[in-house]
Design a protein around this ligand. Structure first.
Ligand SMILES: [Zn+2]
Length: 70
């Protein structure tokens, strides 16, 4: 698979991913991603994007609960 930003080749690997939501900081140490061998750009595949989206949505819901309790 080719990198959309340069002529480099994308390779499967893992990268750390940080989520910052309203004072909540979550770090995922190794999220599967495609990493460009040339420019270092990392891209998530659709399934990982979806999972990250679910994590962020869940965080939002839970953090609202905490705000209400405070
Ligand atoms: Zn690239």
């Amino acid at each position: 698979m080719k990198c959309p930003f340069c002529p480099g080749e994308l390779k499967k690997g893992t990268i750390p991913f940080h989520i910052d939501r309203k004072g909540i900081h979550v770090t995922l140490d190794s999220v599967p991603a495609l990493i460009c061998q040339l420019c270092g750009q990392s891209l998530f595949e659709e399934s990982e994007m979806k999972t990250i989206d679910e994590v962020v949505t869940a965080l939002d819901k839970r953090s609202k609960k905490l705000e209400r309790a405070a």
